[in-house]
Write a protein that binds this ligand. Structure first.
Ligand SMILES: [Zn+2]
Length: 426
């Protein structure tokens, strides 16, 4: 049997912590690894960041699958929390422990090895392209520019996202999108701090923020902005059927009681408004009677397909100006969702059923945010889905003792194989 584990362990030994400017060595290793196996691969340097690695296996099909992964990792610190050296992988009790094994080198290598194997055996019936970046863990600041420039060379029918794995119930997980985000800060100020005896006649900036907040969000979580829910794409019956997770798992994950059986549905399908932080006035020990001259609050909206952060920002601006508040946009990401009826979603779902013998959990979109929409726009690819990966809910990604089960590494390979066969049939 082919040794699938050694190349992964070798790859894991290379420190590719993008936050520390490391990664070039990993990119070169990856390019060489592909070229050594006759894959048409190229390293593309980019100013002020880690190089991109792209590759292609053309089997003359009229269909192309583009596989996206990242070779960079999060900083391994704090090192004293690790049971073993993060860059010297160990296999213990059926799990591989190393920085990046789950996020995202394990998935990258499982897919790459499987595609090469199918190709060499003459069983690859769709073209496959690979695009690997080395700055995902610092927010992919150059990805849009890079992908737009290489749009022609990366052209494909489907994009397989970075990785997924198992849902909290152990079933394979398919993810078909991401939520969007609008992050804002509200500020208000007056000339100076005042004695609170002036309250009957003086303005307190924090009260204005409080009134603003109570206007834009009701106690039941409903966001009270004109048209806010107009573009929400509610889940279909089929989408609901595959979102088959026990809400108790969610309660355990967040350490809070979850009140109803639809918790997962709400988590995935509902937009929300959150207060991230607030600062004003006196917060020291004891009392100080003061009218603060300055107050601010940071807010984030999680948006669902097909809400538009720009439209939400405009509506928010209206309310902010009513209360004399300065509104600053700190960031925005558009939501994205690939339909469950799409070819790539169906291929991932059917392949998962065959390999794992259970119905996969299908997230119509992740509750989190990611740059799927900008990838889609840059590449002109409309079907993007995630699956065939090694990430578990206890993989400790971004944390210490990051790990992935060896078994899941082989299952991810099998899952990728079956998915590719599904994509090539018919
Ligand atoms: Zn990550």
């Amino acid at each position: 049997m082919q040794d699938y584990l050694s190349p992964l362990l070798e790859f894991l030994r290379i420190d590719t912590t993008s936050a520390k400017g490391k990664g070039a060595e990993g990119a070169k290793w990856l390019r060489d690894f592909m070229q050594d196996r006759s894959v048409n691969a190229e390293l593309i340097p980019w100013p002020n960041t880690n190089p991109y690695v792209i590759g292609e296996i053309n089997v003359g099909s009229d269909r192309t699958l583009l596989i996206y992964n990242h070779y960079d990792v999060q900083p391994a610190e704090p090192l004293d929390k690790w049971d073993s050296d993060p860059f010297n992988p160990v296999v213990k009790d059926g799990r591989i422990y190393a920085r990046g094994v789950a996020d995202d080198k394990g998935t990258l290598m499982a897919r790459l090895l499987k595609v090469i194997e199918l190709w060499k055996a003459g069983e690859l019936k769709v073209n496959v392209k690979f695009v690997y970046e080395g700055e995902e863990e610092i927010g992919s600041p150059h990805a849009f520019e890079f992908l737009s420039k290489f749009r022609e060379r990366l052209r494909g029918d489907w994009l397989l996202w970075e990785g997924s794995g198992r849902a909290p119930n152990g079933a394979p997980e398919v993810v078909l999108g991401v939520k969007g985000l609008l992050y804002v800060e509200l500020r208000a100020r007056t000339a100076k701090d005042l004695h609170s005896m002036y309250s009957p006649i003086a303005d307190n900036p924090m009260w204005r923020i409080v009134y603003f907040l109570s206007e834009v969000r009701r106690p039941d979580g409903y966001v009270n902005l004109p048209g806010f829910y107009d573009k929400v794409r509610w889940l279909s019956r089929e989408e609901l059927e595959y979102l088959n997770l026990d809400p108790e798992l969610l309660a355990k994950a967040i350490g809070q009681e979850v009140k109803d059986g639809l918790a997962y549905v709400r988590l995935v399908s509902m937009p929300s408004l959150n207060i991230d932080g607030a600062l004003t006035g006196y917060t020291g020990e004891g009392s100080k009677t003061v009218i603060p001259s300055y107050a601010f609050v940071k807010l984030d909206f999680r948006l669902v397909p097909d809400q538009d952060p720009e439209e939400v920002f405009k509506e928010l601006q209206e309310v902010a100006s009513k209360y004399g508040l300065e509104l600053v946009k700190l960031g925005s990401v558009r939501p994205f969702r690939t339909p469950m009826s799409s070819r790539i979603a169906q291929a991932l779902i059917r392949a998962a059923e065959r390999v794992y013998g259970v119905r996969p959990v299908v997230m119509p979109n992740s509750p989190g945010t990611g740059p799927m929409e900008s990838f889609s726009r840059a590449l002109g690819i409309k079907e993007i889905a995630d699956g065939a990966g090694v990430v578990n809910y206890d993989s400790n990604i971004h944390s210490f003792n990051e790990n992935a089960p060896v078994e899941d590494y082989y299952l991810a390979m099998k899952w990728a194989e079956e998915m590719i066969k599904e994509l090539s049939s018919g």
